[in-house]
Design a protein around this ligand. Structure first.
Ligand code: AGP
Length: 612
């Protein structure tokens, strides 16, 4: 989950590196550093600091490096080996100080490699696996920096996205990828690299995404891609269509709040051109599936992690409701190891905002090994999961910077419902029934706007509960995944211990925890299980637990149980989770804000979990 940046061109590199690191801080922020490669000289300029990029900027100001250097690399770290510290911060250098490397990933056999090097006299200055790579590159044979990197990586097992510079090859950056994302870009006389294309927005004119096994050699204004065996690889570059403004906060206090308020537009972008009202169906050409192939599917497995998993559970309900296809949800980390039962008539639908989550990627690969039809729903274009699945749906939600996923979740729900609609129309779902689903999906941006308009009211309600240390979120049917998601939002940004539970399950044990200090957020919009949920709310009130209800506007029954009601507009049950989850997002956001938490960069978390 680290951030990697690199620049080589005809302009000073330092400001590009620092700006790129600031844009990627959400990927990891326990330390940061840069290495600058001047036009000549026998050592590289290294600056590193514990903490976020602002600490690195202080270190640079206090001890200015060679500001004229036109080539350099940078790194912002999320610790996997070795505690967050200056000595473990990247870049790491080789014994001679002539080679520097930044690394994202985990070297599985680093201990063996390190011991072998130490036996020949190598001395290490950190606890990291990454430092071993710098020593390996220096030791490796080769007439060029690229050849040395290729040779050094040959014995390496594990995952890496690396960038390497050497003062013996000024102006050259060698990058390589295996399991961790790398994008390389060009603009005029500059070439650049980043682990997230958003860091190149407004900088690169064209971008290429490396595949596992690729090695790219960057020189001012150009790059060449080769294999680890040093054979040419064709990796075409295409225009980068990320709006630089989209990477900034746009006047909001936090990226998360900006992205919550972007959700109407994100949904509009996700749905655009994909709904066919007259035919009562959807068009998802990225699936590259004809009606006969869709009609022949016998079961669906949805796999994901975290928030994407909860969106996936919503999708399972929609697949069964609209398409009548037996469907199940699986934690990606379980799926990849438990030898799951899938077959050629199984569709594996992988969900991942980043498209880089290691467990989800591994599940995709396992499903491919077993012959399943693999589909992906991702937000990041060109991401590994999207490319390895080879077919799927992009969310078009725009960059999601806040670590807590918001707009991606809503767009995942919308994408899954469009997929369920499409599959349903190859089976028993009629055009008229499909048109109802199309109409409901078309209404989702307005449903979200209605909830956003209650932001101040939700903030007021949040004030009453901001000091709670425990909370429950309960729901039934489509509101059950929504309850799980609401609990995750609250716990991951406010650090309040929150549990999502099926409303009927509370009485099977957890209700023992209810007391006046434990609020219950009850999801009770109009729907087939509304009355049953009211009964569950009564159970909570009978234990003196305060209740925050998220209910349909003007619901006459709910007021008997609480005055803390967040109202959502009336809508069909199968999309009611959309406005409900927006209410949960805002509730969690305001609780975290009132508790003074960092929100965009919660402790211990990273935006993309690219390690197991
Ligand atoms: C969600 O708010 C969390 N940041 C986390 O659970 C996230 O959803 C999970 O890590 C999966 O990420 P992905 O969608 O990029 O695969």
């Amino acid at each position: 989950m680290c951030g990697i940046i690199g620049f080589t061109g005809q302009a000073p590199a330092l400001s590009f590196l620092l700006d790129g690191l600031r844009r990627m801080e959400y990927r990891g922020y326990d330390s940061a550093g840069v290495a600058l490669c001047g036009a000549s000289g026998d050592r590289l300029d290294i600056r590193r600091a514990v903490g976020n990029v602002s600490e690195l900027e202080k270190a640079v100001a206090e001890n200015p490096p060679d500001r004229s250097a036109r080539c350099g690399i940078g790194h912002t770290r999320w610790a996997t080996h070795g505690a967050p510290s200056e000595r473990n911060a990247h870049p790491h250098v080789s014994p001679s100080g002539k080679i520097a490397i930044v690394h994202n990933g985990i070297i599985d056999n680093f201990a063996e490699l390190k011991a072998r090097l130490a036996a020949t006299g190598h001395v290490f200055n950190s606890d990291t696996d990454s430092e071993v790579l710098a020593h390996l590159v220096e030791e490796a044979a080769g007439n060029t920096l690229a050849e040395k990197v290729m040779a050094a990586l040959t014995p390496v097992r594990g995952t890496y996205g690396i960038a390497v510079v050497s003062c013996d090859w000024p102006g050259v950056i060698v990058v390589a990828r295996k399991g961790s994302p790398i994008a390389v870009g060009i603009a005029g006389s500059a070439a650049m690299v980043a682990s997230d294309p958003a860091a190149l927005a407004g900088r690169a004119e064209r971008v290429a995404y490396l595949d596992d096994g690729d090695v790219a050699i960057l020189t001012p204004g150009s790059f060449e891609v080769r294999s680890l065996a040093n054979t040419p690889v064709d990796r075409p570059a295409s225009p980068l269509d990320i709006d630089p403004a989209a990477v900034e906060k746009g006047g909001f206090e936090h990226f998360m709040l900006k992205e919550i308020f972007e959700q109407p537009e994100a949904l509009e972008n996700c749905l655009r051109g994909r709904l066919l009202p007259d035919e009562g169906t959807a068009k998802l050409s990225g699936l590259r599936l004809g009606p006969r192939e869709m009609a022949s599917l016998c079961n669906i497995v949805v796999t994901a992690c975290g928030t994407s998993y909860y969106a996936g559970l919503h999708g399972v309900y929609a697949f069964e409701q609209f398409a009548g296809i037996p469907s199940r949800i699986e934690q990606a980390a379980e799926f990849r190891y438990r030898n799951p039962i899938v077959s050629p008539d199984t569709a594996l639908v992988s969900l991942s905002q980043s498209g880089e989550t290691a467990d989800t990627l591994a599940a995709v690969r396992e499903a491919k090994r077993k012959g399943a039809l693999v589909l992906s729903i991702c937000n990041v274009v060109g991401s590994t999961i999207a490319r390895e699945a080879g077919r799927g749906v992009y969310l078009h939600a725009g960059p999601e910077i806040g670590v807590a996923s918001t707009k991606a979740f809503l767009c995942q729900v919308a994408a899954l419902e469009m997929m369920a609609l499409l599959l349903g129309r190859t089976r028993r779902l009629s055009g008229a029934e499909g048109a109802i689903v199309v109409k409901a999906l078309e209404s989702t941006p307005e449903l979200v706007r209605a909830v956003l308009a209650q932001n101040d009211r939700i903030a007021t309600i949040a004030e009453k509960y901001a000091s709670a240390n425990d909370a429950f979120f309960i729901g039934r049917g489509y509101q059950y995944p929504a309850a799980l998601e609401g609990a995750l939002k609250l716990k991951e940004i406010s650090y309040v211990h929150a549990e999502g539970y099926h409303a009927a399950e509370l009485k099977h044990g957890p209700i023992a925890l209810l007391e006046p200090a434990v609020p219950v957020v009850a999801l009770a919009p109009q729907g087939p299980e509304h009355d049953k949920t009211l009964a569950n709310i009564q159970e909570c009130r009978a234990r003196s637990a305060p209740v925050v209800a998220i209910a349909t506007e003007s619901d006459p029954a709910i007021r008997a149980f609480t005055e803390d009601i967040i109202e959502v507009p009336p809508c069909p049950d199968f999309i009611a989770a959309v406005p409900v989850v927006v209410a949960e997002q805002l509730f969690a956001y305001h609780v975290a804000r009132l508790r003074g938490e960092p929100i965009d960069r919660p402790r211990n978390l990273a935006k993309s979990v690219t390690v197991e």
